[in-house]
Design a protein around this ligand. Structure first.
Ligand code: HEM
Ligand SMILES: *[C@@H]1O[C@H](CO)[C@@H](O)[C@H](O)[C@H]1NC(C)=O
Ligand SMILES: *[C@@H]1O[C@H](CO)[C@@H](O)[C@H](O)[C@H]1NC(C)=O
Ligand SMILES: *[C@@H]1O[C@H](CO)[C@@H](O)[C@H](O)[C@H]1NC(C)=O
Ligand SMILES: *[C@@H]1O[C@H](CO)[C@@H](O)[C@H](O)[C@H]1NC(C)=O
Length: 370
């Protein structure tokens, strides 16, 4: 609900500036879209899972589509090809955010830089992120810290494994936790994938050992699992909304100045022009032997966004995910609480700025001996 709320707030705030920002020009050709109701626009159609619904709408109206969210003209991008055009060629005109100050109070950890306009302060903070916080040197120097953190986590899980407690992922709102929770959910519902992942770990680093950062490059299947988890379902389904600072012409359509731009990575992850076979199937195998990476240059897989506003924590987040998921799999066997069956896992999503499972995964760890 968070993002919907966010969109709503954005709508009402921008309402007053609407006429100033989005000038009506006879030469405009807005991208196609469903006809809006007066005042609430298409908000009523979006429902609880707007990314699903807008993916369905995109099948009708195409990969660049106009929705009216309240009074706010919103352009939704739903294919890899269109995302590439928008984020590669027009990034510089689309790099401010629509989200107003008032929304920053929400407790998502990325907010302050994430919603700032492009200003000297934003540049300064990004520089700190790139050169200090998430610089290669820093990430290298803090390796011990991460090793300890993962160790602590494993210790805690070990304790609860002794009392047979379902411990994992009962809470947690951030993107890393939700990615881990989705990965574990998919693995528990796909026993063959789980087996293959555990086999790779066992053969590469030895059963029961914690994953080290130097192991990462030798774990292609684990990497494929993380990518597949990002493809289906991505943890930040609409990326973070952007705003058009000027009219931008794309394929004969106008993204008008002042409008909001959403990149529906949920739909892009299911874009059948790029993803072959059953796009709804969780199958890490589809990534094996492909060059596709998540660093913002392969637009069919952009869980961290792309361009100027790309997530500055990308490589740090990937490292943590490798260490945690790999160690969880290599140090424990997992089964579902109450001996539930894999088919019973409830994969419903709860919509927020990041997608969380509506029902937390409850899985029981069993220590493996090395
Ligand atoms: C799995 C983990 C994560 C995912 C999937 C993720 C995803 C994203 C996405 C999609 C964006 C917007 C990109 C765009 O507009 O093109 C973003 C921005 C951002 N992320 Fe992340 N993120 C993750 C973890 C983190 C972590 C751990 C931190 C900080 C410790 C972080 C800090 C930020 C910041 C500061 C921004 C705003 C950048 C800007 O607007 O200039 N992210 N992230
Ligand atoms: C973004 O917003 C800032 C501050 O309002 C403005 O100076 C800048 O020109 C805007 N656009 C871009 C593309 O930076
Ligand atoms: C940072 O490290 C990665 C490998 O860990 C390497 O591929 C990349 O080129 C490095 N970046 C810089 C700027 O040194
Ligand atoms: C698609 O599925 C078929 C059979 O299920 C398999 O042989 C093939 O390798 C798959 N292709 C890709 C790109 O995953
Ligand atoms: C397992 O059983 C307990 C007690 O009956 C219940 O509270 C819990 O919700 C069950 N968990 C799952 C995942 O069904």
């Amino acid at each position: 609900m968070l993002l919907l709320l966010l969109l709503l707030l954005t709508c009402t705030t921008l309402y007053f500036f609407h006429d100033r920002n989005v000038r009506s020009k006879a030469s405009y050709k807005l991208p196609p879209g469903p006809s809006p109701l007066p005042i609430i626009g298409n908000l009523h159609q979006l429902g609880k899972n707007p990314h699903h619904f807008s993916a369905i709408l995109a099948k009708i109206h195409g990969p660049i589509m106009t929705l009216k969210l309240g009074q706010l003209t919103t352009i939704v991008i739903s294919s890899a090809e269109m995302a590439k055009i928008v984020l590669q060629n027009y990034d510089q005109f689309l790099s401010n955010r629509t989200v107003p100050e008032a929304v920053r109070v929400h407790n998502h950890h990325v907010h302050s830089i994430a919603f700032m306009p492009i200003t000297p302060l934003w540049r300064f903070l990004r520089k700190i992120c790139n050169n200090q916080l998430f610089a290669n040197k820093t990430i290298g120097a803090t390796q011990d810290l991460r090793r300890k953190k993962v160790q602590e986590l494993l210790g805690k899980i070990h304790q609860s494994s002794q009392i047979g407690e379902a411990t994992l992922f009962v809470a947690g709102t951030d993107t890393i936790t939700s990615t881990l929770e989705w990965a574990m959910t998919e693995l528990l519902s796909n026993p063959n994938t789980m087996k293959r992942a555990k086999r790779e770990l066992e053969e590469t680093i030895g059963k029961g050992n914690q994953v080290e950062e130097s192991d990462i490059a030798r774990l292609p299947y684990l990497e494929a699992i993380l990518k597949e988890t990002f493809r289906l379902p991505p943890s930040v389904p609409f990326l973070i909304p952007r705003k058009a600072d000027t009219d931008v012409e794309i394929n004969g359509y106008t993204i008008p100045k002042g409008s909001q731009l959403l990149i529906n990575v949920y739909a892009i992850g299911r874009d059948s022009n790029v993803w072959k076979n059953d796009t709804n199937l969780f199958s890490p195998e589809r990534f094996l032997g492909l060059e596709t990476h998540v660093k913002g240059r392969h637009f069919e897989l952009i869980p961290f966004g792309a361009g100027r506003r790309i997530c500055p924590a990308l490589s740090y987040a990937m490292k943590i995910l490798f260490l945690m998921l790999g160690s969880l799999l290599n140090c424990f066997d997992w089964k579902l609480e109450n001996d539930s069956k894999a088919e019973d896992i409830d994969k419903k999503q709860e919509f927020g700025i990041s997608l969380r499972k509506a029902k937390p995964l409850r899985a029981i760890p069993i220590k493996v001996n090395n």
